[in-house]
Design a protein around this ligand. Sequence first.
Ligand SMILES: C[S@@+](CC[C@H](N)C(=O)[O-])C[C@H]1O[C@@H](n2cnc3c(N)ncnc32)[C@H](O)[C@@H]1O
Length: 411
Amino acid sequence: MTDTKPLVSERRRYLVTTVAQAKEITVNWLTEIELNHVVSLGLPEVDDRYHLWRVPLLRQLDDARIGELAIDAYNTAVLHEKSTKPEMLEARLLKKDEARAEKKRTTGIKYPISTLRNTVGMGDCVQLLDEMPAASVDLIFTSPPYFNARPEYSDYEQYEQYLFKMRQVIKRAHGVLNEGRFFVMNTAPVLLRRASRSEASKRIAVPFDLHQIFIEEGFDFIDDIIWAKPEGAGWATGRGRRFAADRNPLQYKAVPVTEYVLVYRKRTDVLIDWHIRNHPDQSLVAASKIGDDYEHTNIWRIQPNTRSKHPAAFPLELARKVVSYYSFKGDVVLDPFAGSGTVGDAASGLGRRFVLFELNPEYIKIVQEAAPSWLGKAADDILWLKCPPPPPAMTLFETPSDYDATGGENA
Ligand SMILES: C[S@@+](CC[C@H](N)C(=O)[O-])C[C@H]1O[C@@H](n2cnc3c(N)ncnc32)[C@H](O)[C@@H]1O
């Protein structure tokens, strides 16, 4: 009996359906870069999660694997970002030191210095990100709005809508972030309360879905840091209470006292070392060094912020750690979901510039009130994009220039 089951590539309606086709595309590419006589091919494999073919590239001399070509299965295009660079293949063919190839790759790349000044923008961060110059930010740290399945509490009726919005933000964030720099996101699974007693509550693993989006949008995964709160913090969720009372197996539910701080890096061939060595102001690099009292492991124990006027503000301590570990003094740090502006506070205190976007005018007001305490007089220079004017910063006996002492009688 013959097996008539269609291949994965046929079911998905790929344009590249066979090993022979993938090989032909690879040979054409190798001919173009004039390596077809020195490189042979391993067995191509289809990766139907990312809809691409991966073709191993081997050094003809000894069959050592020296790289890989990625081909878009839907349209036959060579995916240069996901493939080994020709210079790297050459270096490996010649058994040259990879560090020398790195030097060749990075010669001519200019170290980007952002000209942005401290900025606060009011509105949807997707639109505000669209207005930003490309590659103008050195670090992104944010905590996105929570998904809540009850429509009366959420901007998103469906979880898919929520994820789509996050994808729009992550995609644009990729555009404004400098090459090889970090996007750090504070996120946690959400608990959807049961609608009635006959239904079970549900937990959605938001961080794992966001992870997939980061990878698809051109970021590399670097670290999963756990922000651990004191034990009492999780009891408010009600999780685990039933088990605490009854102690039946299968009913066990852990009380959540952690959140993730997920660290991604904009995909690049450039080594981190390059950023340190090529920074045009080495005194800033030296001044950014971190002292002995740093977090050695991926568990950071930090008290939640319960004193903020914002209901979901993260602790200043968390923002300060992220800003100091993943940026240099003088860098620009962006928070597209800024809330009360904790990232602005941390950035200012650590000698970085900030760009904060926030949709809710009430939270913009909190930022406007707090900014002078972060920056002193320099708060006057903040660019308030699409925001109502901030209250005049007055000191005792100072009169704002537009103050009308007659109470309007002279108008
Ligand atoms: C979890 S809170 C961030 C709190 C912040 N980390 C702090 O310390 O105050 C998320 C914030 O995103 C804001 N937000 C939601 N959707 C937004 C959008 N499309 N653009 C900009 N801000 C948005 C919400 O108003 C909320 O203040």
